[in-house]
Structure formats: C-alpha cells, structure tokens
Design a protein around this ligand. Sequence first.
Ligand SMILES: Nc1nc2c(ncn2[C@@H]2O[C@H](COP(=O)(O)OP(=O)(O)OP(=O)(O)O)[C@@H](O)[C@H]2O)c(=O)[nH]1
Ligand SMILES: [Mg+2]
Length: 459
Amino acid sequence: MFESLSQRLSETVNRLRGRGRLTEENIRETLREVRIALLEADVALPVVKALIERVKVRAVGQEVLKSLSPGQALVKVVSDELTTLMGAANTELNLAAQPPAIVLMAGLQGAGKTTTVGKLARFLKERKKKRVMVVSCDVYRPAAIEQLRTLAAQVDVSFFPSEAGQDPVAIAKAAVAAARREVIDVLLVDTAGRLHVDEAMMGEIKALHGALDPIETLFVVDSMTGQDAANVAKAFADALPLTGVVLTKTDGDARGGAALSVRYITGRPIKFLGAGEKSDALEPFHPDRVAQRILGMGDVLSLVEEVERKVDQEKAQKLAEKVIKGKRFDLNDMRDQLEQMSNMGGLAGLMDKLPGMSSIPDSVKSKVNDNELKRMVAIIGSMTKKERRHPDLLNGSRKARVARGSGTQPADVNRLLKQFMQMEKMMSKLSKGGSKGLLRQMRGAMKGMGGMGGMMPPR
Ligand SMILES: Nc1nc2c(ncn2[C@@H]2O[C@H](COP(=O)(O)OP(=O)(O)OP(=O)(O)O)[C@@H](O)[C@H]2O)c(=O)[nH]1
Ligand SMILES: [Mg+2]
C-alpha cells in the first residue's frame, strides 16, 4: 500500500533531510508538494487541509526553524501529524465483556466481511489464544453461509450453522446461546452486504445490533475506493454505533487515501488492515508505523513482528546452535531457510516494509520473484539425502539428474550450488569470527539470491 504516495513524499522529504537551513520559501514549497501528493493519493480534501494547516503552524514555529537540522525536524513534524491524523496509536479490539465478547461485522457487498471474519478468527485464536465461534447472518445467499463454513474449517474454529431463509436475529440469538454453552470467548457475527440508503437492510442490521449488543461493531471497507471508503463509513457510523474500521484489499491499493481519511472523517479508528486473500493476511493498524512507511522510513517494527511470528523458532535455534558449534551447514539447512522465507509471504511481501523500498525502481522490483525461491527448494528436493549432506558428490551426471527431477536446467543447479557455497562460507566465518562484519557478509550472500542484489538498505 501507499507505493505512489510514499514515493512522492519520501522524495520530497529526502531533499530536506540533510539541510542545515530552511527558509520559509523552502517550507512553503515542501508543503505544496505534500499537499499535491496527498490529493493524488485520493485523501479527502478536508483531511488534506487539516494536515497541511497543522504542519504549517509547527513548521514556521521555533521547533523547525531553530532546530539544528531543520530538514529533519520538518520530516518529523510531517510524520507526527500523519500519525495523529490516523489516530496516534493502535487501537486494539475491545474484548472486555462477559463472554462471549460479540463482534458484529457490517459493510457493503463484496467489501471483504466474510474473509475478514475468517482472518480475525485466526488472529484471535492464534495470537490472543481465544476460543472463537463464527456465525453467518447472511441469509440471502446460501453460498455465503457455505463460504464461512469453509473458512471456519480452514482456520479451525467453531462454526454455528445457519440456513438461508432463517431470521437473522433468531440466528444471532441462537448463536449467542450456543457460544455461552461452549464457553466461547469471542463470537464473530458475519452479515450480508448492504447499502446505507437501503432502509430495510439498515433496519435489519440495527435489529441485529439491538439483539446482540456487541462490544465491537466493525465496519469493513475496501481501501481501493479511496476517500469514498471514509464517506461510506461515515454514513454507516451515523446509523450504527461503529467502534472501528477494517480496511481491506490494501495489497491492491497503491494510494492510501482511505487509510488517511477514515479516522478524521468518521472519528472511528482503523483497527486492522487486510492485505491479501489468505487467512493470515491481517495486520493490526499502527498509525505511527504506517506514517513512517509512507515517508519511506519503512515499517521495520511490523516486519520484525512478522518474522518472529512466522519463522520456525525451533529450526532457527537449531541452525544457530549448529553454527556456534562449527558444524557444517548443508543443503538441508539451506532448504529450511528458503522455506522460511517463502512462509513469510516471499520476498515481495517483505519488500513493502523495508525502508527505502519506494525509491527502488519497478524494473528492479519485478526481478524479485518468488518462483525463484520455489525453484531452489525444488532443486534441493530432487537430491538424495546423501547429496544434501555432501554437496561435493554432485558431479555432472548427478547434476543432470537433479535438473531433470526438478524440471530445471543444469545451469540452475549450478547457480544454486554457488549460492549454497556463499552461504556456507558465511556460516563458517560466523562460527569462527563472531559477529563482526556479519551484516556485510549477509548482504553479500543475499545478493546472489533471486535478484535481491542491491535490495538491502545502505548502511
Ligand atoms: N486482495 C485482497 N482480496 C480480498 C481481501 N479481503 C477480501 N478479499 C476478496 O474480496 C472478495 C470479497 O470478499 P468477501 O469476504 O466475500 O466479501 P463480503 O463483504 O463478505 O461480500 P458479501 O458477503 O457478498 O457482501 C473475495 O474474492 C475475497 O477474496 C484483501 O484484503 N485483499
Ligand atoms: Mg460475505
């Protein structure tokens, strides 16, 4: 998300960063660029005005002009104000209710409600250790209930069955009773998509709200609709007491107008971002991190959290022990590492969050290709156990066999072996030489992999 906005804003602020002195003229010019960039990102006009006004007040004041590095100070002001605009800090789901805590989902058709219920169920189960039940009150499309049943099975949470033709309020009440019996912590209630101008449908969700008395009522909205997302959310917030917003499809949204507008326009916090179709593509929304990502500083904290969550800690620990003991790094270890990388959504998923990413030309980005990871894993998979432990065994005819087995060319096998040797060399240096120069060496080794050359931020 935010690729284009981030590129424009980081160019603008980077020009200022190193400046020893700023004039009011510089500041005015910068603010003009910031304003244009925001409008192009489809941020709502009142939001842009408010932001620019607040930055201006602080920028011409003592804080910036008198600071030792005014450029840096102005960047900080912009970053602070973007953060405040989006709500200052992450607002967690409120689950402090007599169990089950009830979360009601509302939104337009196709916004991503049902998908989000699946993602939230997984998030609450895996990361908050909650017992979760889901139920569908979408009685208009039989397929909608089946869709939720499938998702519930995938993420392994309790599913309360319902049928087309039943009364949504009756379904909801029965689900609450069942959740109580089964000592469920959180009950997620999916609903049919509706328009705020459709009175009958709005009456229905108000009745659901009244019957359930949910602690959270989340509005799910497609971020690709830009500032409209905020306006629609506002219309719903006027009719239903919304407690938060989930922005979906941020993986397809290069602009970010919705993320920047929702809080200001609706007064409700964005609680989560949906960034893909899979059940793990949900991130808590952190305004400060997002602001930094927009300004090209990278969202390193989210990246670290993601790595911690997805890396197989046990395997990582084993590898570390192996390295410390000076044991040989082999192709099995390399395969583990490649698999961990692809578990993290592959390179493309990681790239968005690295600092400076927005200034990397697309021509370079497109070379980062997760097929390469898969190909490397397939090549190693075609080797015998013995070959994986003793890569020296791989002579010409064995390499030809491995290439055939993995549907690749002998040249691909050679390239993999070369990358393996680089990694092995690095590991053996690590076990001898401690951590000095570690980063540089890792960067060197990464260079050979899947076009990661030059991807690491300069240091
Ligand atoms: N790329 C991407 N696709 C998403 C995301 N969230 C949902 N989708 C897709 O959007 C489409 C609609 O999602 P649903 O969850 O069925 O939407 P809904 O709001 O339940 O739709 P109705 O029940 O018809 O109102 C599906 O194809 C989802 O896979 C997301 O964060 N990223
Ligand atoms: Mg649905």
